[in-house]
Design a protein around this ligand. Structure first.
Ligand SMILES: NC(=O)C1=CN([C@@H]2O[C@H](COP(=O)(O)OP(=O)(O)OC[C@H]3O[C@@H](n4cnc5c(N)ncnc54)[C@H](OP(=O)(O)O)[C@@H]3O)[C@@H](O)[C@H]2O)C=CC1
Ligand SMILES: O=C(O)[C@@H]1CCC=N1
Length: 268
C-alpha cells in the first residue's frame, strides 16, 4: 500500500497490529511510525520490526496518513489533548476499550473522521478478529482503508458503535479467558500425572481443533459436544461437573462484567 500509518502508543496491542501488517507486507516498515514514551519499548520495536519509533507523537502524526490511537483508555485525554491541532484531515482509528467516538470527538478537531475498533492480540499472528464502527464523518474510502489494514491481521466485522463494549467483553478480552482455560486444562493433566509439556500440547491442540470444528463444519457447538458424549461415558461425567460448577454462567458473567467495565472506562 502506498500510505503511511502512525501509532500513538507502541504497547502490546499496537505491536500485534504492527507485526501483522509488517509480516503480511501490507505496509512497508519505513511507512510505519510509532510514538512511544518507554525507551525499552522503543528499542524493542525498532529492533524487532524495523519500524520508525519516536517519543515525539507530533512528529509521528505528521508522518502518517492514518493514525491509530493505542494508549490506555485512562490516558487518552491526557495524550491526545495536546496533539489536537496536528491531526488535521487524517483518519483517526481508536482501539481503546470503552472510549466512545463522541468522547474522542471532544478531544479532536471538529468533523475529524474517527473509526472505533476493538481488535484482539491474536492479530500478532494474523489470527485476530476486529470489530469496527465508523463515526459520522467517515467516508467509504476511510472505512475501506481501515478494513484493509485490519484484514491483514485477521477477520473484520463492521458493526454499530453501541455494540463495541459487548465485542470488547467477548473477543477483545476473550483471548485471556481462553488462555486461562488452556492453562487450567494443562494443570489438570499435570495433576493426573502427565508431563507438563505434553499436557500443554494436548490442551492447546484440543482448543485449536475444537474451534476449527465449529468454524469448518458450521455445526452448532451443542451438536459437536453431543458427538463427544457417549451414554454413561467419561464426557457426560465431566460435563455434569462443569455444569454443577457453573462454568457456563461464569463465562457469560465474565463477558458481561468486561462489557460493563468498558462502559465505565469512558467516564474515567
Ligand atoms: N491488550 C489487548 O489485548 C487489547 C488492548 N486494546 C486497547 O489497546 C490500547 C493499548 O493497550 P495495550 O497495548 O494492552 O497497553 P500497553 O500499556 O501495552 O500499551 C500502551 C503503550 O503506550 C505507551 N504510552 C503511554 N503514554 C504514552 C504517550 N504519551 N505517548 C506514547 N506512548 C505512550 C505505554 O508506555 P508505558 O508502559 O511506559 O506507560 C505503553 O507502551 C488500550 O486502549 C486498550 O484498551 C484493545 C484490544 C485488545
Ligand atoms: O483489558 C483491557 O482493558 C484490554 C481491552 C480488551 C483487552 N484488553
Amino acid at each position: 500500500m502506498d500510505y503511511s500509518i502512525g501509532f500513538i502508543g507502541g504497547g502490546k496491542m499496537a505491536e500485534a497490529i504492527i507485526s501483522g501488517i509488517v509480516t503480511s507486507n501490507l505496509i512497508s516498515q519505513q511507512n510505519v511510525f510509532v510514538g512511544e514514551i518507554n525507551e525499552a519499548r522503543q528499542k524493542y520495536l525498532q529492533e524487532v520490526y524495523g519500524v520508525n519509533v519516536s517519543s515525539d507523537n507530533k512528529w509521528v502524526i505528521s508522518q502518517a496518513d492514518l493514525v491509530i490511537l493505542a494508549v490506555k483508555p485512562q490516558l487518552m485525554q491526557r495524550v491526545v489533548g495536546p496533539l489536537r491541532e496536528i491531526f488535521s484531515h487524517r483518519l483517526v482509528v481508536s482501539i481503546a476499550a470503552g472510549i466512545t467516538i463522541n468522547k474522542l470527538s471532544e478531544m479532536l478537531p471538529d468533523k475529524q473522521p474517527i473509526i472505533r475498533v476493538m481488535p484482539n492480540t491474536p492479530c500478532l499472528i494474523g489470527q485476530g478478529i476486529s470489530a469496527m464502527a465508523p463515526g459520522e464523518t467517515v467516508t467509504e474510502e476511510h472505512s475501506a482503508k481501515a478494513k484493509t489494514i485490519l484484514s491483514s491481521v485477521g477477520q473484520v466485522v463492521i458493526t454499530e458503535e453501541k455494540y463495541l463494549n459487548a465485542v470488547t467483553g467477548l473477543s477483545g478480552s476473550g483471548p485471556a479467558y481462553v488462555y486461562l482455560i488452556i492453562e487450567a486444562l494443562a494443570d489438570a493433566g499435570v495433576l493426573a500425572g502427565l508431563d507438563r509439556h505434553m499436557a500443554l500440547q494436548l490442551a492447546t491442540q484440543t482448543v485449536i481443533g475444537s474451534a476449527a470444528m465449529v468454524k469448518e463444519t458450521g455445526s452448532h457447538p451443542a451438536q459437536l459436544k453431543d458427538a463427544v458424549t457417549s451414554p454413561g461415558g467419561t464426557t457426560i461425567s465431566a460435563l455434569y461437573s462443569l455444569e454443577k460448577n457453573g462454568v457456563r454462567a461464569a463465562l457469560i458473567e465474565a463477558v458481561i462484567t468486561a462489557m460493563n467495565r468498558a462502559a465505565e472506562l469512558n467516564g474515567e
